[in-house]
Design a protein around this ligand. Structure first.
Ligand code: SIN
Length: 292
């Protein structure tokens, strides 16, 4: 591995561990994700617990809470600690506009999120993060894991020359692309978002840089020719998908809630359990416009 990539790793693996009084925080890898215990999300958090959950979120980007008996109201109340709820883009008739049912079974032909992506990046203000609470895991007892990838580190591990090149670029994110990729057109009631964001943005809370392009939504880099844009984006997607140390993997149990920072991680829901059933509810939180 090149020295600049080793330096990026060393900066993370040698940082001092945060301290917690009310939570136990067990990292999933030294670079991404943590299991959190010592908190019951069906109850109101104490100010100290809330502060520590927020600290762990900024430090680890993906938090996994086990054995959480949550009603939809508990789920939304916990999410609201981080900001106003982000509405579901196309809510089903009569459903809660803030709860997205994530469901797959023997009748499914596609499942949500089965490929590396961040949520809703064609929006001018993509969500801050999502909380997924699984109520049913596949009958096989395994499968249906979700993978996450650290976009800070994806940026940090690039060469200094590549970082300088990408730093000045923007990319167009087009909400029609995920539909077209499945041979569908967006429904007429969907006001299809399309937004240009910087390719490299800063996390609004920590100021750390990160790579902000993803395969389903990003159509092109307008400062480059079509073939240059496709080559650069293809290189970045391959870097994200193939660099295993960027990733962590969440194995679900019934009643697990996972909260990820949509501003700085991508995720991939692995559909390896067909024809079995997996079900959960996802609540998202409003974000802000990504800034370079
Ligand atoms: C998604 O939000 O993309 C789905 C995540 C999952 O089902 O694990």
């Amino acid at each position: 591995m090149e020295q600049f990539a080793l330096d990026a790793l060393e900066r993370l693996t040698t940082r001092p561990r945060e301290t917690y009084e009310t939570l136990a925080v067990e990292p999933l890898t030294p670079l991404l994700g943590a299991e959190i215990s010592g908190v019951d999300l069906s109850r109101e958090l104490t100010p100290r617990q809330e502060k520590e959950v927020k600290q762990a979120f900024l430090a680890h980007h993906v938090l996994v809470f086990r054995d959480q008996n949550l009603t939809p109201e508990d789920h939304k109340r916990f999410a609201e600690l981080f900001g106003p709820l982000h509405p579901v883009a196309l809510p089903a008739e009569g459903s809660d506009p803030y709860i997205l049912e994530i469901s797959a079974d023997k009748n499914s032909r596609e499942v949500a999120g089965n490929g590396w992506h961040a949520d809703g990046t064609a929006d001018p203000e993509p969500s801050l993060g999502s909380m997924l609470h699984l109520t049913r895991i596949p009958e096989t007892g395994s499968g249906g894991d979700t993978l996450f990838a650290n976009m800070h580190l994806a940026y940090d591990m690039l060469s200094p020359s590549m970082k300088t090149f990408l730093d000045g670029l923007t990319a167009v994110h087009d909400g029609a692309r995920p539909w077209l990729a499945q041979g569908q057109t967006p429904p007429p009631e969907y006001d299809v978002p399309r937004t240009e964001h910087p390719v490299v943005v800063r996390h609004p809370d920590t100021g750390r840089k990160l790579l902000f392009v993803n395969a389903p939504y990003t159509s092109h880099i307008p400062q480059l020719s079509g073939s240059e844009s496709a080559a650069v984006l293809g290189m970045l997607y391959e870097h994200i998908a193939r660099t295993a140390l960027l990733h962590c993997r969440v194995r679900w149990q019934p009643k697990t809630l996972t909260f990820w920072d949509n501003r700085c991680v991508q995720h991939h829901a692995v559909w390896d359990y067909y024809p079995h059933t997996r079900h959960g509810r996802r609540v998202a939180i409003d974000g802000t416009r990504p800034q370079a």
